[in-house]
Design a protein around this ligand. Sequence first.
Ligand SMILES: *Cc1c(COP(=O)(O)O)cnc(C)c1O
Length: 217
Amino acid sequence: MVNLDEFKNVDLCIVSKKQSKENILEYYNLGYKIFGENKVQELLEKIDIADDIKWHFIGHLQSNKVKYIVEFVSLIHSVDSIKLVKEINYRCNKINKIMDILIQFNISNEKTKFGLKIDDAYEFIQNCQKFTNINVKGIMLMGPNCDDENKIRETFKTGYKLFESLKQKFPSISILSMGMSNDYKIAIEEGSTMVRIGSLLFNEKKSIPKKHILNSK
Ligand SMILES: *Cc1c(COP(=O)(O)O)cnc(C)c1O
């Protein structure tokens, strides 16, 4: 099984997409309370698992679906347009909630990825300040889709620099969400404060019985 001590110095968002309630409860019962989902419908099917789970929304979010989730999520990692900020603000205002959000950046500049350009960071976050029901807690980014460790590290270094400079200007910023199953070690070395881990936790767990059978022969 994964050694969960690896995550003791960062916040661990357990990505539970495509996982059953039973699988989620196994980690919940170990004391983990932060779970991340990337699809609105799937999140809504899971919110009754336990009252004290902090659901994070980590996937691309369409403005017309914001109204379904604001009541249930504690952090949205994937905010990438003012239109979306406006809608979150509007829906949260109606239920008297201040929503913590992360701004997603596309640092590796891949066409397939969502997120802002670094150059737009300051102005965007400045713009967010006028929305009374929005609290910008930090930034989120993904490593490049490749096996080149240097490239991945470069991306995370750039993300960390951006995080540090934004933190100077905006005191509400304290979260740097970067690192997934295949690159979290590098992300943590480069200053991540929150990792989003799915397959590593669930797939390895599933393989335990198999290994056990092999070993017992
Ligand atoms: C699926 C997903 C993750 C987790 O990916 P794993 O490789 O399974 O750890 C993290 N962040 C986002 C935005 C995701 O969609």
